[in-house]
Design a protein around this ligand. Sequence first.
Ligand code: ATP
Length: 221
Amino acid sequence: MAKANYGVIGLGRFGTSVALTLTQEGKHVLAIDRDEEKINSIKDYVTSAKQADSTDKDALVEAGIANCDVVVVGIGKEVDASILATLNLKELGVKYVVAKATSDQQGKILAKIGADRVVFPERDTGARLAWQLMSSDVLEFIELSPMYAVREVEVPKQFVGKAIKQLHVGTKFNVLVLAIQRGGERMIVPSTDRKFLRDDRITLVGKTEDIKHFAEHFRMK
Ligand code: ATP
C-alpha cells in the first residue's frame, strides 16, 4: 500500500499520531474531524485537513474521501459515530478501512459491518509490551532506531519469476526478505526457493541506508 492515499477520521491522540506518522513518511494524508480546533492544529502538517462530520456521507464525499484507498477511523469513545463512519466509508467504496475499537462489542460490530481491520490500541499496545518484556527488544529496537528499518515495498519487476536465492538479495543489497504479501496471503520468512510473482509486496529488514539503496536501485517508493 505504499502508493496509497490515506484518510484519517477523528483526530484524537490515536488518529493524530497515525496522520502525522504517515505524513512524516511522505504519504498523502487527508485528515478529517468535526471539531474545527482539531483541524486548525493539524492543517499545516498534513496534505489536507477538512472539517466534516463523518456520520454524514455527503460531507465525507465533499471532503474528498473517495480519493483515499485506506482510511483509518480513530473515533473511539463515540461508538455510534465510529460505526456510522465505518459504514459510510464501506458504502462509498473505500478499499481498506481500519477502525479503532475501545471494547470487544464495538470491535465485533465494526468487523460485522465491513471494517477490513479492527484495532484495539490500548489492548494491542499492552499485549505488545508484555511480549517485549518476555523477549529481547530486537524488534522494538529495529522499529525505533533510525539506523534500522523494516519496510514493505512492491516487488521489483526484475524479480518476477525468480526465486529469492537466485537473486542474492542478501549479499547484493544487505537486506533480508522477511515476508511476502501476495493478495490476502502473507508468507513470513519465505523459503529462498520461493519465486516472486507480479503484484507481490515484500517486507525487507536491514540497515535504513541499505533499504533506501534497494528502493532507489529499483526506483520504488
Ligand atoms: P484518543 O484516545 O485517540 O484520544 P478517543 O478514543 O478519546 O481518542 P474520541 O474522543 O471518541 O476518541 O474521538 C476522537 C476524535 O474524533 C475527536 O477529535 C472527535 O472530535 C472526533 N470525532 C468524534 N465524532 C466524530 C464525527 N462524527 N465526525 C468526525 N470526527 C469525529
